[in-house]
Design a protein. Sequence first.
Length: 147
Amino acid sequence: MAVSLRRKREAPRGRYTPNLWPVWIVAPVALIAAGALGWVIYHYAYDHFAQAAADQKPPKPVNINDVLKATVTALTLIGAVLAGLYAYRKQLLAEGDAHRADASQLADRYTTAAEQLGHDQAGVRLAGVYTSPASPTTGGRPAVSPG
């Protein structure tokens, strides 16, 4: 049984939350990737500084503080990019919540209007016509387009 990390399915109609990977998968993978990337950057920076120190006359030893500063600077930049991705993910979730709230409000308006349209009193039925989401007086689209 093959497990795929890619999720290509379509969201069901009425679902406004984006398809995101679970945090219990993303967090460990991100930590392992950050650790491996830090290790690679450290060794690359160390080799770079060792080559530069060996080219000097007389050769000087590698300053570990310079290597660490370069590594921390690179990882800070990567962290800033990841923070931007996290903010983007939060924005997607907030937009999904807003769409869900809009859909819920519209459904409540239709329900209220339908209840009013089925009422015994004529005044309440008329109020149901005017409060209907499809009524032009409420800013909705007309049920039948003119012309």
